[in-house]
Design a protein around this ligand. Structure first.
Ligand code: ARG
Length: 492
């Protein structure tokens, strides 16, 4: 009767009691709580790691005589089918089953019966999820390593084509000294090289096995954790298995996720700095470079516009990744040992960090270096350099003033006095609205009698560039040596 249904709110709960966690629970979760606590719609991306971890665990359980060989075979068969189902899109992910782990385990039991129920022997979702995230992240770090390499190769290529191109180097965004555009590109190569090193270092601490720690205290079964680690490739450089040494730490540690996001943030900061320069360089007031049209957009009202949307978005997305770092580090700060459900919140920031970084690196490698044209075997459509505009800009702003000071030092003046003398010369040139190199010799000699005709060599942009021939300096000879070093390092 409708009236009795309306007055008996527990009716529904009784009907769905079977969906409660276990016999211990007197009522199931409400839909709202289910939605709030479930993670399956984002953590399902861990499925391959989850299955790999389960297969390694089952293999070890069988080797240790904890489950039978036939149960092991059933688990393998079930997992093969689940893999096929997920790959083909046929797998039905259920919100009711909370997360990727329970979804896969429930399907396994449906397929192979009791063997599926035995898989969870000596294991908890706490060590399971920690293992899955580490395995997944390890694979992503490897992909990011490849992308960082591609971006470095693209930057080295641009550097190699522009060793002799001179642009004004800035400090405080004021013209400072002439530098080779190749040298400028190599500054970013150094940054991305460090990023790659940081990623490799994070990988070492990520590639450690939590599984076998069970819920928090270890387990009563005679597990062989090192066997599992070996099977999952969680080994050090000499092939020895690397296993988390404290069960409490193993299930609750997310340092690797924070470290990764910190390394990703720094990498994005480097991309963001490069973006800022590309944006400035392609503005009409500079006109130093162009990027291919496919990385820009027009305006709906101003027909003349070509906006650098890709670098601008990368600069913006840097804030997003740094935000994820803040999120993750704050997630951990108040947690008592060992596992807490808070940790489920590690996934979305981590996933989004990986997605954002990978897309950004991929797009930048292409935007900077261009795309391979299979017909010519050459890359096309990378950044285009306007060398005359760069040189013209370097001629405005007295970029060679330091060279004049150095010239006087070589004639015996103390540097501070030379600095002051040149300041007077710059002031005079400003009054005449000309470059230092355009001041007649007689005028220059008025500032110091030891100035001779050879001064014009050091006042030229090229002379200034060539003179900075110390290790790490901008002289073309140095830049070429650096390019060769990077090319050797990056060679596949
Ligand atoms: N979905 C959970 C997570 O991401 C898995 C671990 C759940 N463990 C637990 N005891 N509730 O952290």
């Amino acid at each position: 009767m409708p009236t009795s249904q309306a007055t008996t709110p527990s009716h529904n709960q009784l009907d769905t009691k079977a969906q409660a966690w276990s016999a211990l629970f007197s009522e199931p979760m409400s839909d709202l709580v289910k939605r709030y606590t479930s993670s399956v719609f984002f953590d399902k991306r861990l499925w391959q790691a989850d299955i790999a971890g389960s297969l390694a665990h089952a293999d070890m359980l069988a080797a240790q005589g904890i489950i039978s060989a036939s149960d092991h075979a059933s688990i393998q068969r079930g997992m093969a089918q689940i893999t096929a189902e997920i790959e083909s899109g046929a797998f039905e992910w259920k919100l009711d089953l909370e997360d990727v782990h329970l979804n896969i385990e429930a399907r396994l039991t449906q397929l192979v019966g009791d063997a599926g129920k035995r898989l969870h022997t000596g294991r908890s979702r706490n060590d399971q999820v920690a293992t899955d995230v580490r395995l997944w992240l390890r694979g992503e770090i490897d992909l990011i390593g490849d992308l960082l390499k591609e971006l470095q190769v693209a930057l080295v290529d641009v550097a190699a084509q522009n060793v002799e191109v001179i642009l004004p180097g800035f400090t405080h965004l004021q013209v400072a000294q002439p530098v080779s555009f190749g040298h400028h590109m190599l500054a970013y190569v150094e940054m991305f090289k460090r990023d790659a090193e940081r990623m490799a270092d994070v990988r070492r601490r990520t590639n450690v096995l939590p599984l076998g720690s069970a819920a928090l205290a270890g387990t009563t079964y005679p597990l062989d954790r090192e066997r599992v680690a070996k099977m999952l490739g969680m080994v050090d450089a000499s092939g020895h298995p690397v296993v988390c040494q404290n069960s409490l730490d193993a299930v609750s540690d997310r340092d690797f996720a924070i470290e990764f996001t910190a390394a990703a943030s720094l990498c994005m900061v480097h991309v963001s700095r490069l973006s800022e320069e590309l944006i400035i360089w392609m503005s009409q007031n500079f006109g130093f470079i162009k990027i291919a049209d496919r990385f820009t957009t027009g305006s709906s009202i101003m027909p003349q516009k070509k906006n650098p949307d890709v670098p601008e978005l990368a600069r913006g997305k840097t804030g997003r990744v740094v935000g994820h770092l803040m999120g993750l580090i704050t997630l951990m700060k108040g947690q008592p040992l060992a596992y807490n459900k808070d940790n489920q919140e590690d996934k979305e920031p981590l996933f989004d960090t990986v997605d954002t970084l990978k897309d950004t690196l991929r797009i930048f490698a292409e935007m900077v270096g261009g795309q391979l044209n299979p017909a010519t075997g050459k890359k096309e459509g990378g950044i285009t350099v306007n060398a005359p505009a760069m040189e013209q800009a370097a001629l405005r702003g007295y970029a060679t003033a330091t060279d004049l000071a150095d010239y006087l030092v070589k004639k015996g003046l103390p540097f501070r006095d030379a600095h002051e003398t040149v300041a007077h010369a710059v002031k005079a040139a400003t009054t005449h609205a000309c470059d230092l190199s355009e001041l007649p010799l007689a005028v220059l000699q008025g500032f110091h009698p030891q100035i001779e005709k050879d001064v014009y060599e050091c006042l030229s942009l090229r002379g200034s560039l060539n003179a900075r021939n110390t290790l790490g300096g901008t002289a073309p000879a140095q830049v070429r040596a650096q390019i060769a070093r990077h090319q050797a390092r990056l060679a596949v």
